[in-house]
Design a binder for this molecule. Structure first.
Ligand code: SF4
Length: 329
């Protein structure tokens, strides 16, 4: 049984079906006791200081041999991944490239071929993957219940973030993940409903900060939508396995994401949006289109280092929530 790391969400059922352990490299970095050490190690080894810190974290996780092999998403995620692949290969680490279709004439066929190639590389049949998918679907349905409980005020924005973000690899063991999820949902069901006046949505890559959700809630607002984390949980209802990963909006163009965000803003009665952007990330440029396309107040928050949010960000968030309160009242 090998640990197969990946740089961003992939069709994880393939790894489980191949009897290996999937490991989201981002989660290794951010849940480590000292993520700063990951950054230091990467910089000491020559990764430029002005690279995105998630890239440094992934680099260190792999170089420290937290995994045996890597599935690197070459299309639909991050252009930095190409250079990472070269670095890993130069160190003798086995890398399997995987791409989501971008601008292809037949995206369905492209994605199907990519999925079948990974199946072949991991020596597992597509039929076996579908059997595992049917089992994991039970858990994906429970994650939808959890997401609905967030809308209804029984599950906090941070809890929602944690459960959805860890669904990329189900912490390497979906049976245990499901048991813990069942027990969490059972406890949360008997909670009182949070009655915060302001309902916020978080869009963009998951924030690198530890305490941003807690700070927002202390200021009387609730996060009722985590855009990318929800997408990581593959919310598509399609029975077609390939189609499901085409419906997943994160690896495709911004317009597909905006369509999804608009629906969620309406259905979740969202008062304002926090657009989180990571320093040195090309996705920051998309902020321009997002602000033009959504007709709900938006604040853009940039983060670089793991840890707590800085004083300036706190003041900006506080003013944003105050403004939304005045607007609503
Ligand atoms: S935050 Fe941006 S630059 Fe960093 S890994 Fe993700 S896509 Fe790449």
């Amino acid at each position: 049984m090998k640990k197969i790391g990946f740089t961003t969400t992939i069709p994880v059922e393939i790894v489980f079906a191949s009897n290996n352990i999937p490991v989201d490299l981002n989660n290794i970095f951010i849940t480590s006791k000292s993520p700063y050490k990951f950054l230091e190690y990467a910089e000491d080894n020559g990764i430029p200081r002005n690279s995105c810190n998630w890239i440094k974290g992934i680099y260190t996780a792999v170089m420290k041999r937290s995994v045996d092999e890597v599935i690197a998403v070459t299309q639909g995620d991050c252009s930095n991944t190409h250079a990472l692949i070269e670095l890993f290969e130069s160190e003798g680490i086995k890398v399997h490239p995987f791409g989501y279709p971008f601008g292809n004439e037949n995206p369905y066929q492209f994605l199907k071929n990519e999925i079948l190639t990974i199946c072949k590389r991991l020596n597992v049949s597509f039929d076996k993957v579908i059997k595992v998918k049917d089992r994991i679907d039970k858990i994906r349905r429970k994650l939808k219940i959890l997401d609905k409980m967030t809308i209804d005020g029984k599950v906090s924005g941070f809890e929602n973030h944690l459960w959805l973000v860890t669904s990329t690899d189900f912490n390497g063991d979906f049976e245990t993940y499901e048991k813990e999820l069942d027990s969490f949902i059972e406890k949360a069901t008997s909670r009182n409903v949070a009655d915060n006046n302001i309902r916020l949505g978080f869009i963009g890559v998951p924030p690198i900060f530890d305490n941003i959700y807690q700070f927002i809630e202390e200021k009387g607002a609730s996060v009722v939508f985590n855009e990318v984390q929800r997408q990581f949980s593959i919310p598509s209802n399609s029975e077609d396995y390939v189609q499901r990963y085409l419906d997943y909006t994160y690896p495709y163009d911004i317009f597909k994401r905006i369509e999804d965000i608009k629906i969620q803003v309406r259905d979740r009665k969202i008062d304002g949006i926090i657009h989180y952007v990571q320093s040195f990330c090309y996705r920051q440029i998309q902020d321009v289109i997002i602000k033009k396309s959504l007709d709900v107040p938006i604040i853009t928050i940039e983060g670089n280092d793991p840890g707590n949010i800085d004083a300036r960000t706190k003041i900006r968030l506080e003013s944003f929530i105050e403004m939304l309160n005045e607007r609503k009242n």
